[in-house]
Ligand binder design. Structure first.
Ligand code: PSU
Ligand code: MN
Length: 348
């Protein structure tokens, strides 16, 4: 578990008095290290739609207390659509599927602490296995969240932006584990594409190599590009077009086409940021290039790079990137809710 870069703001060095991670461990167990909340377990049993959510965006993407605010808004948007949110992350060394609001606030308030780590597939066994020694809290990345969602039987997962191939490949050979997870785990991820500071061409090449279905919501018969996080369009043509959440759900339903083909890979449903919240490519490109260059210059790489660059973009745009980021996450949560609704109808 690596340290945060020197420049990452440590916003909240001390836990708020009301937050004791150890006091939240009463949910039913999936196994020794994984708990599922009563609400999420009940929803899955009764075939109520469930939407999984990641927590790395709270621990390593948004400052406290904005992250709490976002976490609450996203869950509320999913409930409004008639689905149950299943926020996934690590609290006190236990992987949780489904957070209560106090638990969410607790995790989010530990953002920036050394024992609050960014947890991808490779980190999971360590953070739970170390519980007796160091009680880690963790924000799970898309890869980490997919793995836990799959374990709990959740098929739909809404998030912000997918990790990808970092610019400068193959020096370093930085390819997000998110792409490999999509290649091996059957969970549908709804995202605003991949972050614009990545090498988008190669990101979509790797997804193809991994056998991941990629579709973008748009009108059939038109030219639909995959979105680029802050901007609605990149210069990459979407390999497939999804006309509706029902279209998307048809791909993840059971028994479905991929199941019939014996596939166990995931799906990526790209959902462009709403027009009114978009930051046009020409306005954000220079900021992004400079942030990437600064990260390189400062020697920030590996798992620290994504949080560092996001924070740089936020600083340089004087916070203007935050509302866009919030808008696209909420937009994806709403779309994820509709996909989960459709999926349940297919399964009934
Ligand atoms: N998008 C954001 N903020 C984030 C991330 C994505 O707007 O914090 C996180 C996601 O959790 C994603 C992770 O899975 O960054 C990818 O990190 P890496 O490139 O180290 O795999
Ligand atoms: Mn990486």
């Amino acid at each position: 578990v690596s340290r945060l870069p020197r420049h990452f703001p440590r916003i909240h060095p001390i836990l708020p008095a009301s937050c004791n991670p150890r006091s939240y461990s009463k949910a039913p167990k999936l196994n020794k290290f994984v708990q599922i909340s009563e609400e999420v377990r009940g929803a899955l049993t009764s075939k109520t739609p469930v939407v999984a959510l990641e927590t790395a965006i709270y621990t390593h993407g948004f400052p406290y207390p904005d992250n709490v605010d976002l976490a609450i808004k996203v869950e509320a948007a999913i409930r409004e659509g008639g689905a149950v949110p299943a926020t996934i992350g690590i609290l006190d060394g236990i992987a949780r599927v489904g957070f209560s609001q106090p638990e969410l606030e607790c995790l989010a308030s530990t953002a920036g602490q050394k024992t609050t780590v960014k947890v991808s597939r490779r980190d999971l066994p360590f953070v739970v296995g170390m519980r007796h020694k160091t009680a880690y809290n963790g924000g799970t990345t898309i890869a980490g969240t997919m793995l836990l969602a799959h374990m709990a039987g959740i098929k739909v997962f809404a998030t912000g932006g997918l990790g990808g191939v970092h610019r400068g490949y193959p020096n370093p050979m930085d390819v997000s584990a998110d792409l490999m997870e999509l290649g091996r785990t059957n969970v549908a991820v709804i995202s605003a594409g991949s972050k614009a500071f990545l090498d988008l061409e190669n990101t979509f090449e790797v997804l193809e190599t991994q056998g991941v279905f990629v579709g973008t919501f748009g009108r059939a018969g038109t030219k639909v590009m995959v979105p680029a996080f802050y901007s609605r369009e990149s210069h990459i043509i979407s390999p497939n077009i999804l006309e509706s959440p029902g279209d998307a759900a048809g791909l993840t339903m059971t028994p479905d086409a991929s199941h019939a083909m014996g596939l166990s890979s995931g799906q990526l449903f790209c959902n462009p940021i709403p027009e009114e919240s978009e930051i046009p490519e020409k306005d954000i490109n220079k900021v992004i290039s400079e942030a990437v260059e600064k990260a390189r210059h400062e020697g920030v790489f590996g798992k620290d790079q994504t949080p560092y660059i996001l924070n740089e973009i936020k600083e340089v745009t004087k916070g203007a990137s935050l509302p866009a980021n919030i808008a696209l996450v909420l937009n994806n949560a709403r779309m994820g809710t509709q996909v989960a609704q459709e999926l349940v109808r297919f399964e009934k």
